[in-house]
Design a binder for this molecule. Structure first.
Ligand SMILES: *Cc1c(COP(=O)(O)O)cnc(C)c1O
Length: 483
Protein backbone atom coordinates (compact mmCIF):
# COMPACT_ATOMS: atom_id res chain seq x y z
CA UNK A 1 0.00 0.00 0.00
CA UNK A 2 2.97 2.30 -0.05
CA UNK A 3 2.68 5.07 -2.62
CA UNK A 4 4.52 8.25 -3.37
CA UNK A 5 2.28 10.29 -1.11
CA UNK A 6 2.79 7.94 1.74
CA UNK A 7 6.15 6.19 1.83
CA UNK A 8 6.10 3.77 4.69
CA UNK A 9 8.65 4.42 7.33
CA UNK A 10 9.72 0.78 7.29
CA UNK A 11 10.86 1.19 3.73
CA UNK A 12 12.96 4.18 4.60
CA UNK A 13 15.77 4.64 7.02
CA UNK A 14 19.54 4.63 6.74
CA UNK A 15 21.87 2.86 9.09
CA UNK A 16 23.08 5.18 11.80
CA UNK A 17 20.27 7.73 11.68
CA UNK A 18 18.59 8.40 14.96
CA UNK A 19 15.75 10.52 16.23
CA UNK A 20 16.61 10.50 19.90
CA UNK A 21 19.36 11.63 22.19
CA UNK A 22 19.78 10.15 25.62
CA UNK A 23 20.97 12.14 28.63
CA UNK A 24 24.49 11.51 29.91
CA UNK A 25 24.85 8.51 32.23
CA UNK A 26 24.70 9.94 35.74
CA UNK A 27 24.70 6.70 37.77
CA UNK A 28 27.50 4.14 38.12
CA UNK A 29 27.69 1.74 35.19
CA UNK A 30 26.96 -1.86 36.14
CA UNK A 31 26.88 -5.32 34.57
CA UNK A 32 23.86 -7.54 34.85
CA UNK A 33 25.07 -10.76 36.43
CA UNK A 34 25.21 -13.76 34.17
CA UNK A 35 21.96 -15.23 35.49
CA UNK A 36 19.99 -12.38 33.95
CA UNK A 37 22.21 -11.80 31.00
CA UNK A 38 20.62 -14.58 28.95
CA UNK A 39 17.13 -13.46 29.77
CA UNK A 40 17.28 -9.71 29.38
CA UNK A 41 20.06 -8.84 27.02
CA UNK A 42 19.15 -9.39 23.38
CA UNK A 43 21.79 -10.70 21.05
CA UNK A 44 20.53 -8.93 17.96
CA UNK A 45 19.23 -5.42 17.53
CA UNK A 46 15.48 -5.21 16.70
CA UNK A 47 14.66 -4.71 13.04
CA UNK A 48 13.48 -1.11 13.25
CA UNK A 49 13.91 1.64 10.69
CA UNK A 50 16.68 4.04 11.55
CA UNK A 51 15.26 7.46 10.83
CA UNK A 52 15.73 11.07 11.83
CA UNK A 53 13.30 12.98 14.00
CA UNK A 54 12.06 14.90 10.94
CA UNK A 55 11.34 11.69 9.06
CA UNK A 56 9.42 10.16 11.91
CA UNK A 57 7.47 13.40 12.35
CA UNK A 58 6.48 13.31 8.68
CA UNK A 59 5.48 9.66 8.97
CA UNK A 60 3.02 10.30 11.78
CA UNK A 61 1.76 13.54 10.27
CA UNK A 62 1.09 11.70 6.98
CA UNK A 63 -0.76 8.99 8.90
CA UNK A 64 -2.88 11.55 10.74
CA UNK A 65 -3.71 13.29 7.45
CA UNK A 66 -5.34 10.10 6.22
CA UNK A 67 -7.82 10.31 9.04
CA UNK A 68 -11.12 12.10 8.76
CA UNK A 69 -12.70 13.59 11.84
CA UNK A 70 -14.95 16.41 13.00
CA UNK A 71 -11.88 18.64 13.10
CA UNK A 72 -11.24 18.03 9.39
CA UNK A 73 -14.68 18.44 7.89
CA UNK A 74 -18.44 17.96 7.79
CA UNK A 75 -19.50 14.66 9.34
CA UNK A 76 -23.29 14.17 9.09
CA UNK A 77 -23.22 10.57 10.33
CA UNK A 78 -26.81 10.17 11.52
CA UNK A 79 -27.43 8.99 15.08
CA UNK A 80 -23.78 9.54 16.01
CA UNK A 81 -24.02 13.30 16.72
CA UNK A 82 -20.60 14.15 15.31
CA UNK A 83 -20.58 17.69 16.62
CA UNK A 84 -17.58 19.89 17.32
CA UNK A 85 -15.71 18.93 20.46
CA UNK A 86 -14.66 22.24 22.06
CA UNK A 87 -10.96 22.36 22.88
CA UNK A 88 -11.55 23.88 26.31
CA UNK A 89 -12.71 20.37 27.28
CA UNK A 90 -9.19 19.13 26.56
CA UNK A 91 -7.61 21.94 28.60
CA UNK A 92 -9.72 21.04 31.62
CA UNK A 93 -9.20 17.28 31.23
CA UNK A 94 -5.45 17.92 31.05
CA UNK A 95 -5.24 19.84 34.35
CA UNK A 96 -2.82 18.06 36.67
CA UNK A 97 -5.32 18.07 39.52
CA UNK A 98 -7.52 15.81 37.42
CA UNK A 99 -5.19 13.92 35.11
CA UNK A 100 -2.72 12.83 37.81
CA UNK A 101 -5.28 11.29 40.17
CA UNK A 102 -5.23 7.63 41.05
CA UNK A 103 -8.56 5.80 41.26
CA UNK A 104 -7.53 4.12 44.52
CA UNK A 105 -6.76 7.41 46.25
CA UNK A 106 -8.51 7.99 49.56
CA UNK A 107 -11.79 9.81 48.72
CA UNK A 108 -10.85 12.46 51.28
CA UNK A 109 -7.96 13.49 49.03
CA UNK A 110 -10.03 13.75 45.82
CA UNK A 111 -13.08 15.66 47.01
CA UNK A 112 -12.81 18.12 44.09
CA UNK A 113 -12.98 15.37 41.47
CA UNK A 114 -15.87 13.78 43.33
CA UNK A 115 -17.68 17.08 43.50
CA UNK A 116 -17.32 17.38 39.72
CA UNK A 117 -18.80 13.87 39.26
CA UNK A 118 -21.60 14.64 41.69
CA UNK A 119 -22.45 17.92 39.92
CA UNK A 120 -22.44 16.09 36.59
CA UNK A 121 -24.85 13.48 37.99
CA UNK A 122 -27.07 16.31 39.22
CA UNK A 123 -27.01 18.12 35.86
CA UNK A 124 -27.86 14.95 33.97
CA UNK A 125 -30.68 14.20 36.41
CA UNK A 126 -32.05 17.69 35.81
CA UNK A 127 -31.79 17.42 32.01
CA UNK A 128 -33.60 14.08 31.94
CA UNK A 129 -35.94 14.65 34.90
CA UNK A 130 -34.63 11.49 36.55
CA UNK A 131 -34.18 11.12 40.31
CA UNK A 132 -30.79 9.39 40.46
CA UNK A 133 -27.85 8.90 38.08
CA UNK A 134 -24.81 6.62 37.91
CA UNK A 135 -21.81 7.53 35.77
CA UNK A 136 -20.43 3.98 35.66
CA UNK A 137 -21.46 2.67 32.20
CA UNK A 138 -18.79 3.34 29.62
CA UNK A 139 -20.98 3.52 26.51
CA UNK A 140 -24.58 3.76 25.39
CA UNK A 141 -24.74 0.02 24.81
CA UNK A 142 -23.48 -0.69 28.32
CA UNK A 143 -26.02 1.78 29.69
CA UNK A 144 -28.75 -0.15 27.87
CA UNK A 145 -27.62 -3.42 29.40
CA UNK A 146 -27.34 -1.81 32.85
CA UNK A 147 -30.85 -0.38 32.52
CA UNK A 148 -32.31 -3.73 31.51
CA UNK A 149 -30.57 -5.50 34.40
CA UNK A 150 -32.06 -2.92 36.79
CA UNK A 151 -35.52 -3.46 35.30
CA UNK A 152 -35.13 -7.20 35.79
CA UNK A 153 -34.01 -6.69 39.42
CA UNK A 154 -37.05 -4.47 39.97
CA UNK A 155 -39.49 -7.06 38.60
CA UNK A 156 -37.86 -9.86 40.57
CA UNK A 157 -38.01 -7.82 43.76
CA UNK A 158 -41.76 -7.71 43.16
CA UNK A 159 -41.82 -11.50 42.80
CA UNK A 160 -42.45 -11.04 39.09
CA UNK A 161 -40.30 -13.69 37.41
CA UNK A 162 -42.19 -14.20 34.15
CA UNK A 163 -41.39 -10.95 32.40
CA UNK A 164 -39.18 -12.39 29.72
CA UNK A 165 -39.60 -10.03 26.81
CA UNK A 166 -38.51 -6.54 25.88
CA UNK A 167 -40.21 -4.64 23.08
CA UNK A 168 -38.17 -2.61 20.58
CA UNK A 169 -39.37 -0.81 17.43
CA UNK A 170 -38.35 -2.18 14.03
CA UNK A 171 -36.40 1.06 13.44
CA UNK A 172 -34.34 0.67 16.64
CA UNK A 173 -30.58 1.12 16.74
CA UNK A 174 -28.86 -2.26 16.57
CA UNK A 175 -27.54 -2.04 20.10
CA UNK A 176 -31.13 -2.12 21.48
CA UNK A 177 -32.04 -5.67 20.43
CA UNK A 178 -28.43 -6.73 21.10
CA UNK A 179 -28.57 -5.46 24.71
CA UNK A 180 -31.94 -7.15 25.18
CA UNK A 181 -30.45 -10.47 24.09
CA UNK A 182 -27.26 -10.07 26.15
CA UNK A 183 -29.38 -9.26 29.22
CA UNK A 184 -31.17 -12.57 28.68
CA UNK A 185 -34.54 -11.29 27.47
CA UNK A 186 -36.42 -12.13 24.28
CA UNK A 187 -36.78 -9.37 21.68
CA UNK A 188 -40.32 -8.51 20.60
CA UNK A 189 -40.64 -6.10 17.68
CA UNK A 190 -43.24 -3.38 17.31
CA UNK A 191 -43.93 -2.01 13.82
CA UNK A 192 -43.49 1.54 12.57
CA UNK A 193 -46.58 3.05 10.90
CA UNK A 194 -46.71 4.95 7.61
CA UNK A 195 -45.87 8.20 9.43
CA UNK A 196 -42.61 6.76 10.76
CA UNK A 197 -43.91 6.47 14.32
CA UNK A 198 -44.56 3.51 16.59
CA UNK A 199 -47.82 1.83 15.53
CA UNK A 200 -50.00 2.10 18.64
CA UNK A 201 -52.29 -0.76 17.66
CA UNK A 202 -49.31 -3.00 17.11
CA UNK A 203 -47.90 -1.92 20.49
CA UNK A 204 -51.18 -2.88 22.17
CA UNK A 205 -50.99 -6.25 20.44
CA UNK A 206 -47.38 -6.93 21.52
CA UNK A 207 -47.61 -5.72 25.14
CA UNK A 208 -48.70 -8.36 27.64
CA UNK A 209 -48.03 -9.69 31.13
CA UNK A 210 -44.65 -11.03 29.94
CA UNK A 211 -43.45 -7.55 28.97
CA UNK A 212 -40.49 -6.48 31.12
CA UNK A 213 -39.80 -3.26 29.23
CA UNK A 214 -40.29 -1.18 26.12
CA UNK A 215 -37.15 0.48 24.71
CA UNK A 216 -37.53 3.61 22.69
CA UNK A 217 -35.58 6.62 21.57
CA UNK A 218 -37.46 9.88 21.13
CA UNK A 219 -37.05 11.46 18.65
CA UNK A 220 -36.77 8.05 17.06
CA UNK A 221 -34.12 6.82 14.64
CA UNK A 222 -36.02 8.41 11.75
CA UNK A 223 -35.53 11.77 13.51
CA UNK A 224 -39.27 12.02 14.25
CA UNK A 225 -40.80 12.91 17.58
CA UNK A 226 -43.07 10.18 18.95
CA UNK A 227 -46.07 12.37 19.72
CA UNK A 228 -48.05 9.46 21.25
CA UNK A 229 -45.42 8.80 23.87
CA UNK A 230 -47.69 9.52 26.83
CA UNK A 231 -50.26 7.01 25.57
CA UNK A 232 -47.51 4.46 24.90
CA UNK A 233 -46.29 4.89 28.48
CA UNK A 234 -49.80 4.26 29.75
CA UNK A 235 -50.11 1.08 27.66
CA UNK A 236 -46.77 -0.31 28.88
CA UNK A 237 -47.17 0.74 32.52
CA UNK A 238 -50.74 -0.57 32.47
CA UNK A 239 -49.35 -4.02 31.72
CA UNK A 240 -46.69 -3.70 34.46
CA UNK A 241 -43.74 -3.07 32.13
CA UNK A 242 -41.20 -0.27 32.40
CA UNK A 243 -40.04 2.23 29.76
CA UNK A 244 -36.41 2.50 28.76
CA UNK A 245 -35.22 5.70 27.05
CA UNK A 246 -32.30 5.38 24.64
CA UNK A 247 -30.84 8.86 25.13
CA UNK A 248 -28.65 8.93 22.04
CA UNK A 249 -31.01 11.47 20.49
CA UNK A 250 -31.12 13.88 23.41
CA UNK A 251 -29.45 16.51 21.23
CA UNK A 252 -32.89 17.27 19.75
CA UNK A 253 -34.82 18.02 22.91
CA UNK A 254 -32.61 19.52 25.63
CA UNK A 255 -34.43 22.17 27.60
CA UNK A 256 -37.70 21.42 25.81
CA UNK A 257 -38.82 18.10 27.20
CA UNK A 258 -37.44 15.38 29.45
CA UNK A 259 -37.62 11.59 29.30
CA UNK A 260 -39.18 11.31 32.75
CA UNK A 261 -41.88 13.81 31.80
CA UNK A 262 -42.68 11.60 28.80
CA UNK A 263 -43.17 8.62 31.12
CA UNK A 264 -39.80 6.88 30.94
CA UNK A 265 -38.39 5.04 33.96
CA UNK A 266 -34.77 4.48 32.92
CA UNK A 267 -32.52 6.44 30.56
CA UNK A 268 -28.99 6.27 29.30
CA UNK A 269 -27.16 9.23 27.80
CA UNK A 270 -24.26 9.18 25.37
CA UNK A 271 -21.89 11.80 26.76
CA UNK A 272 -19.59 11.20 23.79
CA UNK A 273 -22.41 12.26 21.47
CA UNK A 274 -24.65 14.94 22.99
CA UNK A 275 -22.04 16.25 25.42
CA UNK A 276 -19.00 16.54 23.11
CA UNK A 277 -16.76 13.70 24.22
CA UNK A 278 -14.46 12.94 21.28
CA UNK A 279 -15.63 9.71 19.68
CA UNK A 280 -15.17 7.50 16.69
CA UNK A 281 -12.64 4.75 16.17
CA UNK A 282 -13.95 3.01 19.27
CA UNK A 283 -12.50 5.62 21.60
CA UNK A 284 -13.63 5.93 25.20
CA UNK A 285 -17.28 6.73 25.74
CA UNK A 286 -19.57 7.34 28.66
CA UNK A 287 -23.15 6.14 28.96
CA UNK A 288 -24.52 7.22 32.36
CA UNK A 289 -27.88 5.83 33.41
CA UNK A 290 -30.65 7.73 35.15
CA UNK A 291 -33.66 6.23 36.91
CA UNK A 292 -36.82 7.17 38.76
CA UNK A 293 -36.75 6.78 42.55
CA UNK A 294 -38.59 3.47 42.16
CA UNK A 295 -35.58 1.98 40.36
CA UNK A 296 -32.84 3.86 42.24
CA UNK A 297 -32.09 1.00 44.70
CA UNK A 298 -30.91 -1.14 41.77
CA UNK A 299 -28.32 1.33 40.39
CA UNK A 300 -24.77 0.00 40.05
CA UNK A 301 -22.64 0.39 43.16
CA UNK A 302 -20.82 2.16 44.56
CA UNK A 303 -23.03 5.21 44.14
CA UNK A 304 -21.45 8.62 44.55
CA UNK A 305 -23.38 10.52 47.22
CA UNK A 306 -23.03 13.70 49.21
CA UNK A 307 -23.63 14.24 52.90
CA UNK A 308 -23.00 17.52 54.75
CA UNK A 309 -20.78 18.78 51.96
CA UNK A 310 -18.69 15.61 51.88
CA UNK A 311 -18.65 13.27 48.90
CA UNK A 312 -18.26 9.52 49.30
CA UNK A 313 -18.87 6.23 47.54
CA UNK A 314 -21.80 4.34 49.03
CA UNK A 315 -21.22 0.58 48.89
CA UNK A 316 -24.03 -0.24 51.29
CA UNK A 317 -26.68 -0.82 48.65
CA UNK A 318 -28.09 -4.32 49.11
CA UNK A 319 -30.45 -4.22 46.09
CA UNK A 320 -27.83 -2.92 43.64
CA UNK A 321 -27.14 -4.94 40.50
CA UNK A 322 -23.47 -4.56 41.52
CA UNK A 323 -20.46 -3.03 39.91
CA UNK A 324 -20.54 -2.94 36.14
CA UNK A 325 -17.21 -1.26 35.45
CA UNK A 326 -13.89 -0.94 37.28
CA UNK A 327 -13.46 2.33 39.16
CA UNK A 328 -16.14 4.99 38.62
CA UNK A 329 -16.79 5.39 34.90
CA UNK A 330 -14.67 6.98 32.20
CA UNK A 331 -13.57 9.92 34.29
CA UNK A 332 -11.91 11.86 31.47
CA UNK A 333 -14.99 11.74 29.24
CA UNK A 334 -17.24 12.64 32.15
CA UNK A 335 -15.01 15.62 32.88
CA UNK A 336 -15.24 16.80 29.27
CA UNK A 337 -19.04 16.51 29.37
CA UNK A 338 -19.10 18.44 32.64
CA UNK A 339 -16.96 21.18 31.10
CA UNK A 340 -19.32 21.36 28.13
CA UNK A 341 -22.42 21.61 30.31
CA UNK A 342 -20.84 24.36 32.43
CA UNK A 343 -19.67 26.20 29.31
CA UNK A 344 -23.10 26.14 27.67
CA UNK A 345 -25.32 26.64 30.71
CA UNK A 346 -29.00 25.80 30.72
CA UNK A 347 -29.91 28.40 28.09
CA UNK A 348 -26.99 27.34 25.91
CA UNK A 349 -28.04 23.70 25.92
CA UNK A 350 -31.54 24.71 24.90
CA UNK A 351 -30.06 26.67 21.99
CA UNK A 352 -28.01 23.60 21.04
CA UNK A 353 -31.20 21.65 20.46
CA UNK A 354 -32.85 24.55 18.62
CA UNK A 355 -29.98 24.86 16.14
CA UNK A 356 -29.60 21.10 15.77
CA UNK A 357 -33.26 20.89 14.72
CA UNK A 358 -33.05 23.99 12.53
CA UNK A 359 -29.97 22.72 10.67
CA UNK A 360 -31.54 19.32 10.03
CA UNK A 361 -34.77 20.82 8.71
CA UNK A 362 -32.88 23.26 6.47
CA UNK A 363 -30.86 20.44 4.96
CA UNK A 364 -33.92 18.26 4.53
CA UNK A 365 -35.94 20.97 2.74
CA UNK A 366 -33.03 21.91 0.49
CA UNK A 367 -32.50 18.30 -0.58
CA UNK A 368 -36.08 17.12 -0.96
CA UNK A 369 -36.33 18.04 -4.66
CA UNK A 370 -33.56 15.63 -5.61
CA UNK A 371 -33.71 12.97 -2.91
CA UNK A 372 -36.80 11.08 -1.78
CA UNK A 373 -37.99 11.89 1.75
CA UNK A 374 -40.11 8.95 2.89
CA UNK A 375 -41.33 10.89 5.95
CA UNK A 376 -41.88 14.44 4.72
CA UNK A 377 -43.06 16.04 7.99
CA UNK A 378 -40.66 18.29 9.91
CA UNK A 379 -37.84 16.37 11.49
CA UNK A 380 -35.97 16.87 14.74
CA UNK A 381 -32.16 16.77 14.82
CA UNK A 382 -31.80 14.33 11.92
CA UNK A 383 -33.74 12.96 8.97
CA UNK A 384 -33.64 9.89 6.80
CA UNK A 385 -33.66 10.36 3.05
CA UNK A 386 -33.79 7.60 0.48
CA UNK A 387 -31.63 7.04 -2.57
CA UNK A 388 -34.41 5.16 -4.35
CA UNK A 389 -34.72 7.74 -7.20
CA UNK A 390 -31.01 7.38 -7.91
CA UNK A 391 -31.19 3.60 -7.60
CA UNK A 392 -33.54 3.56 -10.62
CA UNK A 393 -30.66 5.12 -12.57
CA UNK A 394 -28.30 2.37 -11.43
CA UNK A 395 -26.63 4.45 -8.73
CA UNK A 396 -26.90 2.96 -5.28
CA UNK A 397 -26.75 4.71 -1.94
CA UNK A 398 -23.37 3.13 -1.30
CA UNK A 399 -22.12 4.81 -4.51
CA UNK A 400 -23.46 8.19 -3.38
CA UNK A 401 -21.70 7.76 -0.03
CA UNK A 402 -18.40 6.93 -1.77
CA UNK A 403 -18.76 9.88 -4.13
CA UNK A 404 -19.24 12.21 -1.16
CA UNK A 405 -15.72 11.23 -0.05
CA UNK A 406 -14.39 12.69 -3.31
CA UNK A 407 -16.10 15.98 -2.48
CA UNK A 408 -14.49 16.02 0.94
CA UNK A 409 -17.44 15.03 3.15
CA UNK A 410 -18.06 12.16 5.48
CA UNK A 411 -21.21 10.43 4.22
CA UNK A 412 -24.41 10.07 6.24
CA UNK A 413 -25.19 6.75 7.93
CA UNK A 414 -26.35 4.49 5.10
CA UNK A 415 -28.71 1.51 4.90
CA UNK A 416 -30.01 2.33 8.38
CA UNK A 417 -32.69 2.33 9.70
CA UNK A 418 -33.55 -0.93 8.02
CA UNK A 419 -37.15 -0.01 7.33
CA UNK A 420 -36.18 2.69 4.78
CA UNK A 421 -35.09 1.60 1.30
CA UNK A 422 -31.61 2.93 0.39
CA UNK A 423 -31.57 4.92 3.63
CA UNK A 424 -29.28 7.90 4.24
CA UNK A 425 -29.60 9.00 7.84
CA UNK A 426 -28.36 12.55 8.02
CA UNK A 427 -27.51 14.55 11.14
CA UNK A 428 -25.80 17.89 10.51
CA UNK A 429 -25.60 18.89 14.23
CA UNK A 430 -25.87 22.42 15.56
CA UNK A 431 -22.20 23.30 15.26
CA UNK A 432 -22.19 23.60 11.45
CA UNK A 433 -22.61 26.96 9.74
CA UNK A 434 -25.14 27.64 6.98
CA UNK A 435 -22.20 28.02 4.56
CA UNK A 436 -21.07 24.48 5.32
CA UNK A 437 -24.60 23.11 4.92
CA UNK A 438 -24.89 24.95 1.59
CA UNK A 439 -21.70 23.46 0.23
CA UNK A 440 -22.84 19.98 1.27
CA UNK A 441 -26.16 20.63 -0.50
CA UNK A 442 -24.21 21.63 -3.63
CA UNK A 443 -22.27 18.36 -3.50
CA UNK A 444 -25.48 16.36 -3.11
CA UNK A 445 -26.99 18.17 -6.11
CA UNK A 446 -23.86 17.56 -8.17
CA UNK A 447 -24.00 13.85 -7.34
CA UNK A 448 -27.67 13.71 -8.26
CA UNK A 449 -26.82 15.29 -11.66
CA UNK A 450 -23.95 12.86 -12.12
CA UNK A 451 -26.31 9.97 -11.42
CA UNK A 452 -28.44 11.18 -14.35
CA UNK A 453 -25.68 12.13 -16.81
CA UNK A 454 -22.51 10.22 -15.96
CA UNK A 455 -23.46 7.44 -13.55
CA UNK A 456 -20.02 5.80 -13.78
CA UNK A 457 -18.47 8.79 -12.02
CA UNK A 458 -20.58 7.85 -8.99
CA UNK A 459 -20.57 4.08 -9.40
CA UNK A 460 -16.77 3.94 -9.46
CA UNK A 461 -16.10 6.53 -6.79
CA UNK A 462 -14.05 7.37 -4.83
CA UNK A 463 -11.31 8.64 -7.12
CA UNK A 464 -9.48 11.03 -4.79
CA UNK A 465 -8.96 9.05 -1.59
CA UNK A 466 -5.77 7.23 -0.61
CA UNK A 467 -7.52 3.87 -0.76
CA UNK A 468 -10.46 2.99 -3.02
CA UNK A 469 -13.38 0.74 -2.12
CA UNK A 470 -12.45 -1.68 0.60
CA UNK A 471 -13.91 -5.03 1.42
CA UNK A 472 -15.45 -3.60 4.57
CA UNK A 473 -16.36 -6.95 6.09
CA UNK A 474 -12.84 -8.32 5.77
CA UNK A 475 -11.40 -4.99 6.91
CA UNK A 476 -13.48 -5.22 10.10
CA UNK A 477 -13.04 -8.95 10.73
CA UNK A 478 -9.40 -9.33 9.70
CA UNK A 479 -7.86 -5.89 9.99
CA UNK A 480 -4.27 -5.51 8.89
CA UNK A 481 -2.93 -3.37 11.67
CA UNK A 482 0.80 -3.79 11.23
CA UNK A 483 3.28 -3.64 8.47
C1 LIG B 1 -24.95 5.44 19.36
C2 LIG B 1 -26.28 4.88 19.69
C3 LIG B 1 -26.42 3.84 20.62
C4 LIG B 1 -25.24 3.11 21.24
O1 LIG B 1 -24.36 3.93 21.92
P1 LIG B 1 -22.80 3.57 22.06
O2 LIG B 1 -22.29 4.62 22.95
O3 LIG B 1 -22.24 3.62 20.68
O4 LIG B 1 -22.71 2.20 22.65
C5 LIG B 1 -27.69 3.43 20.93
N1 LIG B 1 -28.78 3.97 20.35
C6 LIG B 1 -28.68 4.97 19.44
C7 LIG B 1 -29.95 5.54 18.82
C8 LIG B 1 -27.44 5.45 19.07
O5 LIG B 1 -27.32 6.42 18.15
Amino acid sequence: MANKDFPLIFERGQEGRTSYSLPMLDVPETDLDSEFQDVYIRTEAPDLPEVSELEIMRHYTALSNRNYGVDSGFYPLGSCTMKYNPKINEDVAGLNGFSQLHPYQDPKTVQGAMEMMYDLQTSLAELTGMDAVSLQPSAGAQGEWTGLMMIRAFHEANGDYNRTKVIVPDSAHGTNPASVAVAGFDVATVQTNEHGLVDLDDLKRVVDEKTAAFMLTNPNTLGLFETDIVEMAEIVHGAGGRLYYDGANLNAIMGYTRPKDMGFDVVHLNLHKTFTGPHGGGGPGSGPVGVTSELAPYLPKPLLVEQNGEYFFDYDRPSSIGRIKPYYGNFGINLRAYTYIRTMGAEGLKKVSEYAVLNANYLMRMLENEYAMPYPQHCKHEFVMSGKNQKKLGVRTLDIAKRLLDYGYHPPTIYFPLNVEEAMMTEPTETESKDMLDSFIDAMYTISEEAKNSPESVQEAPFHTSVKRLDETTAARKPILRY
